[in-house]
Design a protein around this ligand. Structure first.
Ligand SMILES: Nc1ncnc2c1ncn2[C@@H]1O[C@H](COP(=O)(O)OP(=O)(O)OP(=O)(O)O)[C@@H](O)[C@H]1O
Length: 798
């Protein structure tokens, strides 16, 4: 039979090419993992010998035309050559039995081999034993090449004899080893003597490896004893060590157990850093790293103060909640720096598998510990600061709920005995300072929320942003781009311009990006001018005209203009509004509010999205129809209900406020469809706080009057027309201020929240506290929104 063979990756069928004759095999099992380093074991069943007729190509993998050699000589008692063959096979059998008896019969594979010696056809035995015994590849090849049965017996017997002798010697040395405590030292000279005497066993190299492993295990055992492992965990380790000693190293489990034990040694069971408890220094450090964030800094200092008084204080679990880019993550890092602790960040965004936190059981293929234990291993101390980033973005998948796994981690009453599935013994997490960050608390499961101390980090005001930019972001970006203030200066007015005209965010991330863009543009100029000055230093000194051309013209030149590269810019390059426009393009946010409120049926709400608080436009239109309400803009259920509430309230009060639809009817939905849209359709919006805005927007639509373009509003509504309190007032007011609004309508019950607003901002904004929707409408329209008092519902006096 002839066939073409691909010598490597034919799915599971693998042909192994060795010289002229090869063995075809099939891979029946692959076991192993990539952690901590790739280690795989293949189980291959040999099929037959084959003979190479012609190698067709060698690259990218060898392909050859081969002929199957499956009709090898059979062993029969009655053949002519049976006499000699009989003797050989008997001899072979005896040696094979001797060999097997020298091995440990309690190992299942050995017992199986013993049975096979009696049950398998005799002609297959040389191949099987040649593949098992330790010998060089060349000698194995000789057996493979021997196609005749007699030749195969003859080639294999010497190998068997040598192996038997080797094993006998090993047994002797092992005995010595057990007698002597310092066995590791004594074995080697004995073996060396053997090779010197000229009788070198192939077993030597293999045995050396085996002994290395034994040494390793002894070393590992020593390390375990010295690793300060708690009693319970130590017991488990010793049990594993015992198993490891009796395990053949080729077993996949050997590597897994060894990895496990190495992890146990590396874990910081009792190793910790001592806290830096200087309150004054801590305050200075925190202030140096981050501007503002007073509440957060206050809480950290409180923790430090208590820690100073009580040494074994359990780590609190703080959760910083706020919009993106307000420095939650980076303040976590600087808390670790302040305390003099190690820092480790675990990103939880998108995690939907609880084994991410708790690890896999060791029985799994590719099992590994969870991120908590891995983090402890990498920081090497048991009291680091762990930052659980984006805790609100965890998912829930088929592999369990990671939030549930975190419950144990984050409970100060339980986390002294946290059990990772991989470790299977408890680890004390009580000294770890856990800090979680989240953009919203809405998606954090209540049980988890309950275990954490929430610290709200509000968005920044324009003034804060200017300070942060000048003190932190600009120096940081200059440094990152290899620039100094001698190269680039961004004055305060320009920074204010960037903030108000190029960014609209609660945090400072996009501001930082804009500053980085400016630095990049300037870096090009600086690099070019350096290149030119290096060049000109090689040229003859320029004449008078050369001197005259330099400074004045370059002062106002466009930064991005590459036509006049010959003129080196005057350092430092100061970014003014023209340069800003050249680098960042036209301003992104301008007069937008005014443009969008130039027709009836539009109002501005103040809402919270996942990206922080923002002003939200609500648009409404009416058309002929059957009284349907259409809502668009990725709205949640609560928001949709608010829209229905708003329509109902307006319909019941239409006469009072003289609201009519396009047909002039007070029944606003009579032959009329209404469409409500919340622009920025890609951003999900929900919550009841848009109620007042929807009412105002629809009141504008049905009255034909324009809503004031400088008014933003927030508040939940009821069917009776009451305005109920909502959350996040500070952030919403900041968003209104950012957008340049002048008046903010808030629920009366939220008036107390205005204390958090800085005084200068309170002076710039006109706050209107509303109890009823009537108050809202009066404040939202120029000249108020008069109602017909005769239509007022009579209050019962009973
Ligand atoms: N008050 C501040 N002082 C100095 N730098 C700040 C301040 N606030 C934010 N930054 C800077 O803003 C950048 C973004 O901060 P960070 O990544 O910590 O935001 P975050 O709140 O964790 O955002 P997210 O919720 O998206 O993870 C960082 O470079 C940080 O140094």
């Amino acid at each position: 039979m002839r066939f073409q063979s691909l010598l490597y990756p034919v799915r599971s069928l693998v042909f192994i090419l060795i010289c002229r004759i090869g063995t075809a095999g099939i891979a029946v099992q692959v076991v192993g993992s990539n952690w901590p380093k790739p280690h795989y074991t293949l189980l291959i069943t040999g099929l037959c010998r084959f003979h190479i007729l012609e190698v067709l190509k060698e690259k990218p993998y060898p392909v050859a035309e081969v002929e199957q050699l499956d009709r090898l000589e059979q062993y029969t008692n009655g053949s002519d050559a049976a006499g000699e063959l009989n003797v050989l096979s008997e001899q072979f059998y005896e040696y094979a039995i001797q060999l097997v008896e020298l091995l440990d019969m309690s190992v299942p594979v050995v017992a199986k081999l013993r049975r096979m010696l009696d049950s398998l056809p005799k002609e297959t035995l040389p191949d099987i034993l040649a593949s098992i015994i330790r010998t060089s590849a060349n000698e194995k090849l000789q057996v493979l090449d021997a196609v005749g049965l007699e030749e195969r017996f003859k080639k294999t017997i010497p190998l068997l004899v040598r192996q038997i002798e080797g094993l006998k010697l090993l047994k002797k040395t092992r005995k010595l080893k057990l007698d002597d405590e310092k066995r590791v030292v004594t074995i080697r000279p004995i073996r060396r003597n053997n090779s010197i005497s000229g009788k070198r066993f192939p077993l030597d190299t293999a045995e050396e490896e085996e002994d290395d492993d034994v040494d390793d295990i002894i070393m590992l055992e020593k390390k375990i004893r010295n690793a300060n492992i708690p009693e319970q965990a130590l017991k488990v380790c010793m049990k594993e060590i015992k198993r490891l000693k009796n395990m053949p190293q080729s077993m996949p489990e050997f590597v897994l157990t060894r990895n496990y034990l190495e992890l146990m040694v590396e874990l910081p069971w009792k190793k910790s850093t001592s806290d830096r408890l200087d309150l004054h220094a801590a305050r200075v450090l925190l202030d140096n790293d981050h501007y503002a964030m007073q509440e957060l800094k206050k809480r950290v200092l409180e923790y430090l103060a208590v820690r100073q008084l009580k040494n074994n204080l359990k780590g609190p679990i703080l959760c910083f909640v706020g919009p993106p880019g307000v420095g939650k993550t980076s303040v976590g890092r600087s808390i670790a720096k302040t305390l003099g602790r190690e820092f480790h960040r675990i990103s939880l965004g998108g995690v939907s598998d609880q084994s991410y936190i708790r690890g896999h059981r060791r029985t799994y293929v590719g099992s590994m510990p969870g991120r908590i234990i891995n983090g402890l291993k990498s920081v090497g101390v048991n009291n680091p600061v762990f930052l659980l980033d984006e805790i609100d973005k965890m998912g829930r998948g088929l592999q369990g709920d990671p939030a549930a796994a975190l419950l144990e981690v984050l409970d100060p009453e339980q986390n002294h005995s946290f059990t990772d599935h991989y470790l299977n013994v408890s680890f004390d997490l009580s000294q770890v300072l856990f800090i979680a960050t989240a953009n919203t608390t809405a998606t954090i499961p209540p049980a988890l929320l309950d275990r954490m101390e929430l610290i709200q980090v509000a968005g920044y005001m324009q003034e804060d942003k200017v300070e942060i930019a000048l003190r932190h972001l600009i120096p940081k970006q200059l440094d990152l781009h290899g620039l100094t203030p001698h190269h680039l200066q961004i004055p305060q007015e320009t920074t204010e311009d960037i903030i108000s005209r190029y960014t609209r965010e609660a945090g400072v991330r996009s501001l930082e990006r804009k500053i980085a863009a400016i630095c990049r543009a300037v870096a090009v100029k600086v690099a070019e001018s350096q290149h030119r000055s290096a060049k000109s230093s090689h040229l003859p000194v320029p004449g008078e005209e050369g001197k005259a051309r330099v400074p004045e013209e370059t002062k106002d030149e466009s930064i991005t203009d590459t036509t006049d590269l010959a003129l080196p810019p005057e350092m430092p390059i100061v970014i003014d509004c023209h340069a800003l426009k050249d680098i960042l393009g036209r301003p992104i946010y301008e007069v937008e509010v005014f443009h969008r409120l130039n027709q009836p049926g539009v109002a501005i709400g103040l809402g919270r999205t996942n990206f922080g608080s923002e002003i939200l436009f609500v648009e409404a239109s009416q058309m002929e129809g059957e009284g349907q309400l259409t809502l668009t803009g990725q709205l949640g259920d609560v928001l949709k209900e608010s829209a229905h509430l708003a329509i109902s309230w307006l319909r019941s009060n239409a006469k009072k406020y003289h609201l009519t639809n396009a047909a002039g009817s007070f029944d606003l939905l009579d032959n009329t469809d209404i469409h409500l849209h919340f622009p920025a359709g890609a951003v999900t919006k929900d919550g009841p706080s848009a109620g007042v805005t929807i009412v105002t927007c629809l009141a504008s639509l049905f009255s034909g009057r324009l809503v004031r373009s400088d008014v933003g509003m927030t508040g939940e509504i009821t069917l009776r027309g009451l305005v109920l309190p909502v959350g996040g007032i500070k952030d919403k007011v900041l968003a209104a201020h950012r957008a340049g609004l002048k008046r903010v309508i808030i629920p009366k019950q939220n008036e107390k929240d205005l204390d958090d607003i800085p005084a200068n901002m309170r002076e710039n904004l006109d706050f209107v506290p509303a109890v009823y929707l009537d108050d809202v409408l009066n404040a939202a329209f120029d000249g108020g929104f008069p109602a017909d008092s005769r239509c007022d519902i009579l209050n019962s006096k009973l």
